[in-house]
Write a protein of this length. Structure first.
Length: 172
């Protein structure tokens, strides 16, 4: 019985080492490739503001009914927060600035932060990764991750230019 336990343990350690090596090689391969050419930026800093939503489910439903909303308190390029760095809210896969941050953005703004939120990584309409996705509505956070990284970097530069900040805090 001890031999079986030792064998299983050794097998698990070897499997974990192989998995880690494969993941490292895959990540290196992905990072080594340049981002595909993309005409123009697809990231958007929404301007139309939605209402405060207390839960992500309610925010996602509102976002589905009226896509492209900004969370309250976000995307005021005239904002200056003194010594606090501006905050860029970066949504997750198949989400949006509003669906992920409708509750958080107003709280951060009330705490004195300049808050920005973008919709990046525009994917194909109708990709149904969540139960509240709507057919025909573009998805965000589903495009090539290298393009998304460029879009987020461009947003950081825009925020720095507008606010004069040397650094931007990312929350996502």
């Amino acid at each position: 019985m001890g031999l079986g336990h030792a064998y299983r343990r050794r097998s698990a350690v070897i499997a974990a080492a192989i998995t880690a090596a494969v993941a490292l090689l895959a990540a290196h391969s992905i990072l080594a490739q340049p981002a595909p050419a993309q005409p123009g930026a697809t990231a958007l800093m929404p301007i139309a503001t939605g209402i405060l939503q207390p839960t992500p489910i309610l925010a996602k439903r509102a976002d589905r009914a009226t896509p492209g909303l900004a969370p309250q308190g976000a995307n005021d390029f005239a904002c200056h927060s003194g010594d606090r760095p501006p905050v860029l809210l970066v949504h997750g896969t198949d989400a949006s600035a509003y669906s992920d941050f409708a509750a958080l953005a107003p709280r951060l703004r009330l705490e004195g932060y300049c808050v920005f939120a973008l919709n990046y990584g525009v994917g194909e309409p109708g990709l149904d990764l969540s139960p509240t996705s709507a057919p025909g509505v573009p998805t965000y956070g589903t495009a090539d991750i290298r393009l998304s990284a460029v879009e987020v970097a461009d947003a950081v530069e825009s925020i720095q230019r507008a606010t004069g900040a040397r650094a931007v805090s990312l929350v996502g």
